[in-house]
Design a protein around this ligand. Sequence first.
Ligand code: TXA
Ligand code: MG
Length: 332
Amino acid sequence: MQQTQILAADDAGITCAAELLSAGQLVALPTETVYGLGGDARNDRAVAQIYQAKGRPSFNPLIAHVADIETAEKYVHFNEMAYEVARAFWPGPITLVLPLREDAGISPLVTAGLATLAVRIPAHPVARRLLRAFGGPVAAPSANPSGRVSPTRAQHVADGLSGRIAAVIDGGACAVGVESTILGLAHSPKEAPLLLRPGGVATEDIEALLGLKLQTGGDAAKPSAPGQLLSHYAPGAFVRLNAITAEPDEVLVGFGAVAGDLSLSPSGDLLEAAAQLFHLLREADILAQNRVASFGPQGDDRQGKIAFAPIPETGLGQAINDRLRRAAAPRP
Ligand code: TXA
Ligand code: MG
């Protein structure tokens, strides 16, 4: 348990919060919608800690908060429609899902392995000052334990997360009180944007700006629409779970006492395992593909075999196992 500081929204408080974020610590910050649970979006461990603090049972993708459009352009590709929406509604309660840049340097835990990133420039003056002082992208889901209501006051954050995060900045009550609208703009520029979640910016206002009807039927909680899945994080190999030893043609990914060709965490630390997960999925896949060359093809479009050591179903282990079960599931 760590002591959670409540920081005042003054220069000293903002400076302290920016330093904590730079050091990989978690800071809850006020936005105009709800309080966010922030961590450096480029830091795998910090992002793993966000999931740990919230107790999320799966790696849902997170929103990256930035200070301005120039900063956002470092992480995602904008198209004309995205610029139009951004210029009209940012800073403000709308989030744009756009194609992730190859060189973004965003932790794959933020995107949960997707090829897209959700970005937002919040309007709350305290959030803006913190984002400018920090200078980088802040991954921030709502600052509540998983399954509880989103917090709109610093005290709500403290009630739910005290002892699990380094600090919360007290910026008073949130003005909007509902989460940001999420607009999917990552598909073909000829198609209308997809309303992934209604929120702080009214659908009608977006439609009036663009002069078209938004597509609906998307679900921000299940971003699996075609084109959203990042193939290089979905292993191309067959995946077997709960393996203590490997067959000769399998690449073994260890954990704790199970050593393996690679290890999610030799010391059996779930935070380290979560932080490494997407990187190791990719590395193991490359190793498995290389082994196929020597063992011959297997008659499926999947090639190679990866076996994962058992991961305890506690804390972050739940989200890790959820991801691994998806990797092991038969493909449609
Ligand atoms: O107002 C808000 O949006 C607040 C404040 C803190 O900014 N944040 C928030 O975050 O509501 P969260 O994590 O509770 O919700 C983020 C939503 C999730 O439903 C997630 O699935 C969706 O955004 N999302 C994130 N990245 C996505 C992506 N690449 N594609 C589709 N949906 C995505
Ligand atoms: Mg939430």
